[in-house]
Design a protein around this ligand. Structure first.
Ligand SMILES: Nc1nc2c(ncn2[C@@H]2O[C@H](COP(=O)(O)OP(=O)(O)OP(=O)(O)O)[C@@H](O)[C@H]2O)c(=O)[nH]1
Ligand SMILES: [Mg+2]
Length: 382
C-alpha cells in the first residue's frame, strides 16, 4: 500500500482533518476504480466541511472482518495520522459497528464510513418537511444496527461530520426508542406520499406527458430546469443541493404542454437506507415518458459519473427508457475529446434520442432540447 500525500494542503485550517482509506481487489474493484471512488468521496467530505489531507488504498482480497484493513496497514496509517495531525478517518465502504469500534480504539480517532458521510451531507441539505423526514428515517435506520452501546466510546469525538441531525441524541437513545421513532417517521412520510400520488395521478389522468431530469449530483440539473421552464429550484455548486422534486410546465402551444421534473441527483453506492427512505422521490422518475440526462461535460471524472447514473438507472428499472443526453457546462473549456465522449455515451444508452451540447448558464442548446422534446412527445416539428 502506498500512502498518497498528494492531497496535503495547509495545516490547522479545518476543524476536521481527514484521511480516507479504501481497498481494491483484482476481482471486484480495481485500484483505478477505487481511486475514482475515493475522489468522489473526497468531494463529499470536503463539502461537509472537512479537509482531506491524504488517502490510502490497500489491495487485498477481502476486507478484514474486524479491522477492515490489515493491522500492518493500520499501523502505517496511524503514523501518517500523527504526522498530519488527522482527527477523522473515513473508510470508503460500509463498516459494521464492530469494525468501526475496533479501528477507533486502535487509532484513537473518530472513524466514519462512506454511508455516514453521505447521510451527513443529506442531513445538512434537507430543508423541506419531506426531505427532513426522509433523511431522519435513513439516519435512524443506519443507527439501529449500530447501537449496542458502542456509541458511548464516541463521546470524546463528538461534534462535526456524522453527528448532525437525529444522530445527536443517539448516545442516550436505545434500540426500542429508535425503532419507535422509525415507525413514527414512516407514518408521517406515508401521509406526504399520499398527497404526491394525488398530484401525479392528476397529471396521468389528464395525459400530460412528463420529462424527468436526471443525472449525477451537481451536473446542473436544476439550472437546466430553470433554463427550460423558468422554475427556480435552488441551485448551488455543491452536491445534493436538491433533495425534493420540483415539477414545472413547458408550453408547446395554446392548451398543449408537458411537465418537467427536477429531482435528487445520483451518486455511486448510495446507502441502502437512503435509497429506501427516498424511494418515492426517486420513483417520480419511473413513470415518466422521457429522461433528460444532464451530464457535467467539464468534469474530469465524467465516465465514472455516467456509469454511476447508468447503475442507478438499472437499479430503478429505467435503463431502457428513451433518454436525451445533454452535455451541459459546454461553456467551460476542457480537454475531453467530444467524439470519444459521444461514442462512450452511445455505447452506454441503448435507447438514446441523441446528444446535445448545451449550457444552462449561457442558455445555449436550450431551443434544440425543446425542439427535440416537442417532436418526441407530440410529433410536432415546427
Ligand atoms: N459554467 C457552468 N456552470 C453551470 C452550468 N449549469 C450549472 N452550472 C453550475 O453548476 C453548479 C450546480 O448546478 P445545479 O443546477 O445546482 O446542479 P444540480 O445537478 O441540480 O445539483 P444537485 O441538485 O446538487 O444534484 C452551480 O454552481 C451552477 O451554477 C453551465 O452550463 N455552465
Ligand atoms: Mg439540483
Amino acid at each position: 500500500m502506498t500512502i498518497s500525500n498528494k492531497l496535503h494542503k495547509t495545516k490547522n485550517k479545518y476543524y476536521e482533518r481527514c484521511f480516507i482509506a479504501g481497498t481494491s481487489s483484482l476481482s471486484k474493484i480495481t485500484y483505478e476504480q477505487e481511486e475514482q471512488s475515493v475522489a468522489e468521496l473526497r468531494s463529499l467530505v470536503e463539502s461537509a466541511g472537512a479537509k482531506v489531507l491524504a488517502y490510502a488504498i490497500q489491495k487485498r482480497k477481502n476486507p478484514h472482518p474486524s479491522t477492515y484493513l490489515g493491522s500492518g496497514k493500520l499501523n502505517e496509517i496511524h503514523k501518517e495520522i500523527q504526522k498530519l495531525d488527522i482527527n477523522l478517518l473515513v473508510i470508503n465502504d460500509s463498516l459494521s459497528g464492530t469494525q468501526q469500534m475496533v479501528i477507533e480504539s486502535m487509532l484513537n480517532i473518530k472513524v466514519l464510513d462512506r454511508n455516514a458521510i453521505i447521510l451527513d451531507v443529506f442531513a445538512s441539505r434537507a430543508k423541506t418537511k419531506e426531505a427532513l423526514l426522509q433523511v431522519s428515517l435513513a439516519q435512524n435506520e443506519y443507527l439501529l444496527p449500530r447501537l449496542r452501546g458502542q456509541w458511548t466510546h464516541l463521546e470524546r469525538f463528538s461534534g462535526g461530520i456524522g453527528s448532525r441531525g437525529p444522530g445527536e441524541t443517539q448516545l442516550e437513545t436505545d434500540r426500542r426508542l429508535v425503532s419507535k421513532r422509525i415507525s413514527v417517521l414512516r407514518k408521517k412520510i406515508k401521509k406526504i406520499y399520499k398527497h404526491r400520488d394525488l398530484m401525479r395521478n392528476k397529471r396521468t389522468k389528464n395525459s400530460i406527458p412528463n420529462v424527468a431530469i436526471i443525472g449525477y449530483t451537481n451536473a446542473g440539473k436544476s439550472s437546466m430546469m430553470q433554463a427550460l421552464c423558468k422554475r427556480t429550484p435552488t441551485i448551488a455548486d455543491r452536491p445534493f443541493e436538491t433533495l425534493d422534486t420540483t415539477t414545472g410546465k413547458i408550453w408547446v402551444k395554446d392548451s398543449l404542454h408537458y411537465s418537467i421534473t427536477d429531482t435528487v441527483g445520483f451518486f455511486s453506492n448510495l446507502p441502502l437506507e437512503l435509497v429506501a427512505a427516498f424511494k418515492a422521490t426517486i420513483e417520480e422518475i419511473v413513470g415518466t415518458d422521457i429522461l433528460l440526462h444532464v451530464i457535467d461535460s467539464s468534469n474530469n471524472n465524467i465516465q465514472y459519473q455516467i456509469d454511476s447514473v447508468l447503475n442507478a438507472m438499472v437499479d430503478l428499472g429505467i435503463a431502457d427508457k428513451p433518454i436525451l443526453n445533454i452535455l451541459n457546462k459546454s461553456d467551460i473549456d476542457n480537454q475531453i475529446n467530444t467524439d470519444d465522449l459521444e461514442a462512450f455515451i452511445n455505447s452506454k444508452f441503448k435507447n438514446s434520442l441523441g446528444i446535445i451540447r448545451a449550457s444552462a448558464i449561457n442558455k445555449t442548446g436550450i431551443d434544440e432540447i425543446q425542439k427535440l422534446l416537442k417532436f418526441e412527445l407530440f410529433g410536432i416539428t415546427v
